[in-house]
Design a protein around this ligand. Structure first.
Ligand code: CA
Length: 232
């Protein structure tokens, strides 16, 4: 189940919208000011952040910009203003989409579902695949060349993160944040990532080249690698 965070200072709007989102099958947490909302959003627990623009403490744009330093979680900006500058400002701060007030709970729910479907395509039931690798996110099971691959939960999450974005380079910090969570990442150690990559490569065997080192930057899942077998 997807958990959402609504950062909105007006209780009237939260009370109006939150029950509707829950009815649509989402878990919803709430914050009524910028700093608290930012801290909660950084926890890594949420699939989507609903972020009001005008907030006490820190405004929505600032919350979004700070959140983006450590997280790629989708952000739907809720704005009372429809002026172009506000919308552009929200996108510049890293928002993925925006909705202008007043909106109906139904409108918001439709938008939330669309973003979730776009950002978490595995929830349509399709496995994430990359080359010989197939990851079943519901069952948390991996297969290589159609054969089951025994992975620890962290190894699975690490592989899934990279398989979702083949050929994209992930820094060790980013991997720590996404796989181990922000709070652990802050105290974390990049060598944890290296150790897990090493273990994963051993399990990938002849397909170890799938997990490529990008010198000085991090790791990526290289879809264009050639396995030792393919080279035979
Ligand atoms: Ca507000």
């Amino acid at each position: 189940m997807h958990r959402l965070l609504m950062i909105e200072d007006e209780a009237r709007i939260r009370d109006f919208v939150v029950p509707y989102l829950r009815k649509a099958g989402f878990e919803v947490d709430q914050a009524d000011n910028g700093p608290e909302g930012l801290e909660m959003a950084q926890s890594g627990k949420y699939s989507l952040i609903l972020l009001d623009l005008m907030l006490p403490g820190l405004d929505g744009r600032e919350v979004c910009a700070r959140l983006r330093k450590t997280s790629a979680v989708p952000v739907l900006m809720l704005t009372a203003k429809s002026e172009e500058t506000d919308i552009v400002g929200g996108f510049e701060a890293g928002a993925d989409d925006y909705l202008t007030k007043p909106f109906s709970p139904r409108e918001l729910t439709v938008r939330v579902k669309a973003i979730i479907a776009r950002c978490y395509p595995e929830n349509k039931g399709a496995a994430v695949t990359a080359g010989p690798l197939a990851l079943d996110t519901d069952a948390q099971q991996a297969a290589l060349d159609g054969k089951p691959l025994s992975l620890t939960p962290k190894e699975f999450d690490l592989l899934l993160l990279m398989a979702r974005y083949p050929n994209k380079t992930f820094s060790r910090d980013r991997i720590l944040t996404d796989v181990w969570g922000y709070e652990n990442a802050a105290a974390g150690d990049a060598r944890t990532v290296d150790t897990h990559v090493k273990q994963l490569r051993e399990k990938l065997g002849e397909h170890r080249g799938l997990l490529a080192t990008v010198w000085g930057k991090g790791y990526k899942l290289d879809e264009n690698y050639h396995s030792s077998v393919a080279a035979d």
